[in-house]
Design a protein around this ligand. Structure first.
Ligand code: GLC
Length: 457
């Protein structure tokens, strides 16, 4: 009897300890510690996304393999021809910096499965193409040298790996359950999982300090994949161990796990207010393209213009978020001429107006944005920024701020803007004594979106 009890006790102890081992404990952190860890990113607001891979050769979307249901064999020609002879990451880094971008995120592997880095775990990598180099290494060195923070994008999805089970997003997706069963008969997700964890380990071990990691993406449900497929908790635990300061996005399917994500990533989506999760405002970043594709797409022509792009950036900050703006370099390794034009255009604006972006966030509650404007606010300096999307004629009225402003000026040239409490007979009825009116020059200043800087009392 006694012996039986001891056995049962030992068995339970064994099960509990082995069971616990596989359930990861994500590091605990207070809200203040998290805020501190994310401080650089919250301050920097503007980053460059880079989607580069074999899909730059077909040049018709990074999902071309899926869209055209290509097999590995059919896709192989791009691997054999990948030769970015004009690739100069120093130039990319300079362009990002000149645009005012403070961090960058490169696709180390996209859904196609091709690795831009010298992974020991696969032959399907840039070192085995005519490129013959570890392109991630060159990116890291060049961007770091420009003082730009280093981010990696890593695709959880893999359309090349033989053990990655075929699902609804796969180029060889099927129509019936039995067809899926047949296709996946010899595929073993456990093996793929090991590969995925191993590659993330390589990326976070071999390239020094990595500031940011973008996993892409989970799609739980029938013929989909989620946290159990990736073993997301253990994956994230490893990430946190290898790079304790790193920021990780929200696509591991760990939304309801404490410490399972750092910020939300609304994609190609202009939010109307600061996003919330379970009733609480969260850190967020929208990723957006210049035109309608992430990878280089020669014939896609829906390019946003300079003003729309600036508005996207300003609007993100005005709602407490970041903008990660994408370039899709060509297979030669150059940026599209239109991307360069827009980066320059944004840079020109940022050079003189960046103060309304960096370190800024939503305006304090209760301050109302005048018509056709977007507000941002720097809590450290107590300055409020009014972005004039449509340039008003001669005056602009700001409700409720009379007596609360120390000084007002245009940001781009630091020239004073005079304040008056009311504006004579004609508008007396529309304004209240709490409002303040600024006089503006008739001619719109020579900057795409003029910004008024208010030094608050
Ligand atoms: C989507 C797409 C992908 C792109 C990503 C960027 O998840 O699958 O092609 O890389 O969005 O956020």
């Amino acid at each position: 009897m006694q012996i039986k009890k001891i056995y049962t006790f030992l068995l339970v102890l064994f099960l509990v300890t082995t069971g616990l081992k596989s359930i990861a404990q994500l590091p605990k952190e207070t809200a203040e510690q998290k805020q501190k860890r994310m401080e650089w990113w919250t301050n920097d607001r503007f980053g460059m996304f880079i989607h580069w891979g074999l899909y730059s050769l077909p040049a018709r979307h990074e999902w071309v393999k899926k869209n055209e249901r290509m097999t590995n064999e059919q896709y192989q020609k791009y691997f054999e021809l990948f030769d970015p002879d004009l690739f100069n990451p120093k130039e990319w880094a300079k362009q990002a910096k000149a645009a005012g971008m403070k961090y960058a995120v490169l696709t180390t592997k996209h859904h196609e499965g091709f690795c831009l880095f010298d992974s020991k775990l696969t032959d399907y990598k840039s070192t085995n193409t005519p490129a013959k180099r570890d392109l991630v290494r060159e990116y890291v060195d060049a961007f770091r040298a420009e003082g730009i923070k280093i981010g990696f994008y890593y695709s959880l999805i893999d359309w090349h790996h033989p053990d990655f089970t075929i699902d609804g997003n796969h180029p060889q997706s099927a129509k019936t359950d039995s067809a899926y069963d047949a296709l996946n008969k010899n595929r073993d997700m456990a093996k793929y999982r090991k590969y995925l964890h191993g590659q993330v380990k390589e990326l976070l071990t071999n390239y020094g300090k990595i500031d940011y990691l973008f996993f892409d993406f989970s799609f739980p449900g029938k013929h989909g994949k989620g946290k159990d497929d990736w073993d997301s908790e253990n994956l994230l635990k490893m990430v946190r161990e290898l790079q304790p300061g790193i920021l990780v996005n929200d696509r591991l399917d760990l939304m309801d796990t404490e410490g399972g994500w750092d910020f939300m990533t609304p994609e190609q989506f202009k939010v109307s207010k600061c996003p919330e999760y379970k009733g609480k405002k969260v850190a967020w970043e929208t990723c957006q393209t210049f035109s309608g594709s992430w990878g280089y797409h020669r014939d896609e022509n829906t390019w946003k213009d300079n003003k729309q792009l600036l508005e996207l950036l300003i609007e993100s900050v005005s709602k407490g978020g970041n903008l990660l703006l994408n370039v899709g370099p060509t297979s030669r390794g150059t940026l599209d001429y239109r991307a360069i034009q827009h980066l320059n255009g944004m840079g020109e604006w940022m050079k003189v107006n960046g103060r309304s972006i960096y370190g800024c966030t939503e305006a304090p509650e209760g301050i109302k944005a005048p018509a056709n404007t977007l507000l941002t606010y720097n809590p450290a300096t107590n300055r409020l920024y009014i972005h004039l999307l449509a340039y008003p004629l001669e005056t602009i009225t700001i409700q409720g701020l009379n007596g609360k402003i120390k000084y007002a000026q245009f940001l781009h040239d630091g020239s004073e803007l005079k304040m008056t409490a009311t504006h004579g007979y004609w508008v007396k009825e529309d304004t209240s004594p709490q409002d303040v009116m600024l006089s503006l020059p008739v001619t719109k200043p020579n900057t795409e979106i003029p910004v008024i800087e208010l030094f608050l009392k």
